[in-house]
Write a protein that binds this ligand. Structure first.
Ligand code: GLU
Length: 448
């Protein structure tokens, strides 16, 4: 990794001191700051205006109690978060994550990444993120509903179609968005479609939003391969996870002629050399909400490895689509050694800094999350556009827009890397490309 210049190192040390114990946030900030040295040289007004310091400090952070009753009538208490990080380009925009690992440091890393990701899409959206340490695993649908209602009872006052527009993330899908939308409508007495995205089709949702993160990641990888005169056709792929991002990554890979031989969940991995049976994964995970281990009982030629490491399965392209820091330095080395030529990050920050260094040093096509997985939030912005005009677009039209946006993000990251003398380095290209858009708007808005 590049060494931080003196000025940027001082900013980083200050971020660490002001946000103690928030390791994931430090990691996300460091990665962006490492790219920014040459930007300050080129745009001295960004330094004068202390844009980096301002970007690292969220505009607003909300932490609240979420009390709810489980099916036995017991009172439960969780903690809710919404970090409204940056509104230079539009209303705060970013998902809500329900997972027991959630604490302020996770929400801040996600919100920070979201600023640059959203800027790269070229859509008018700022950056934010929210969530709770609530664990949806094993909860009944009624418990999920009561939790979502309680969560929204507090959050509603901070939201608005022109203020802050949440969506889903890990543990939050169409069902949860539905419960939250219902509660928001009841509290505010407003049918404000544009206040949440990822809504159901028929009540303001957009076609392709469900598929968007996975499809977009595959489009991004297609572009990276195209830039190297290669294609997805016939490539052997491994996709970690088996949630929304993984499922639609597999679907698009299949459509574009690649073959996915492994996927996973937090308990273990499935290896199916014949190719993952996507219809079965969809039924198990989307409909029946079961574990991926059950896959093996439907396919005798598939192997389930409890606690297995998916990055040890040899592949040409890897799609980390589960969670943060799922590929460490050793995993990255294993992937490269086994002939991996490209990585498309469907998850947010799935590779540790050591892993990123391995990919960059090996000069494989490495698409960092804030560029590669921006298709989800970009399609959320398309949903907002349809809501604002009380319109709904066809699947084909919306998918074409998504494809154009992903192709555009690739071009921005590629060209920015070229401009700053780091050809093929999408980390630098995405960080600088996103940062400049936000920084310009912040300078224009004055000291606020
Ligand atoms: N949670 C998704 C992300 O990481 C989507 C956010 C959104 O659609 O607002 O970008």
């Amino acid at each position: 990794m590049a060494v931080l210049g003196e000025k940027i190192e001082a900013i980083y040390q200050q971020v660490k001191a002001r946000n103690p114990g928030e390791e994931e946030f430090h990691q996300a900030v460091k990665e962006v700051l490492e790219s920014l040295g040459p930007v300050l040289v080129k745009y001295p007004d960004f330094a004068e205006q202390r844009i980096i310091e301002r970007i690292c400090e969220p505009e607003r952070q909300i932490i609240f109690r979420v009390p709810w009753q489980d099916d036995k009538g017991q009172v439960q208490i969780n903690r809710g978060f919404r970090v409204e990080f940056n509104s230079a380009l539009g209303p705060y925009k970013g998902g809500i994550r329900f997972h027991p690992s959630v604490y302020l440091g996770i929400i801040k890393f996600l919100g920070f990444e979201q600023i640059f990701k959203n800027a790269l899409t070229g859509m008018p959206i700022g950056g934010g993120k929210g969530g709770s340490d609530f664990d949806p695993k094993g909860k009944s649908s009624n418990e999920i509903m009561r939790f979502c209602q309680s969560f929204m009872t507090e959050l509603a006052r901070h939201l608005g179609e022109h203020t802050d527009v949440p969506a889903g993330d890990i543990g939050v899908g169409g069902r949860e968005i539905g419960y939250m939308f219902g509660q928001y409508k009841r509290i505010t007495n407003r049918y404000e479609s544009g206040v949440l995205t990822g809504k159901g089709i028929g009540w303001g949702g957009s076609l392709v939003r469900t598929e968007a993160t996975g499809y977009g990641t595959v489009f991004f990888v297609r572009e990276m391969l195209k830039a190297r005169k290669n294609s997805l056709e016939g490539k052997t792929c491994v996709v970690s996870g088996s949630g929304n991002v993984a499922i639609y990554t597999i679907e698009k890979l299949n459509q574009l002629g690649a073959k996915v031989i492994a996927c996973s969940d937090s308990n273990g991995i499935i290896v199916h050399e014949k190719g993952i049976d996507l219809a079965l994964v969809k039924t198990l995970k989307e409909v029946e909400r079961r574990r991926i281990a059950d896959y093996a009982s439907y396919h005798k030629d598939a192997k389930y490895i409890a606690g297995g490491n998916i990055w040890e399965v040899p592949c040409e392209i890897a799609f980390p689509s589960a969670t943060q820091n799922e590929i460490n330095g050793k995993d990255a080395k294993t992937l490269v050694k086994n002939g991996c030529i490209a990585v498309g990050e469907g998850a947010n920050m799935p590779t540790t800094p050591e892993g990123v260094k391995v990919f960059l040093d090996a000069k494989i096509a490495y698409g960092p999350g804030k560029a590669a997985n921006a298709g989800g939030v970009a399609t959320s912005a398309l949903e907002m556009q349809q809501n604002a005009s009380r319109d709904s677009w066809s699947f084909e039209f919306t998918e074409k827009k998504l494809d154009e946006i992903m192709t555009g993000i690739h071009a921005t990251a590629w060209e920015t890397a070229e401009e700053f003398g780091a050809s093929g380095n999408y980390v630098l290209g995405a960080n600088i490309g996103g940062f400049i858009k936000v920084a310009r708007a912040m300078v224009a808005h004055g000291l606020i």
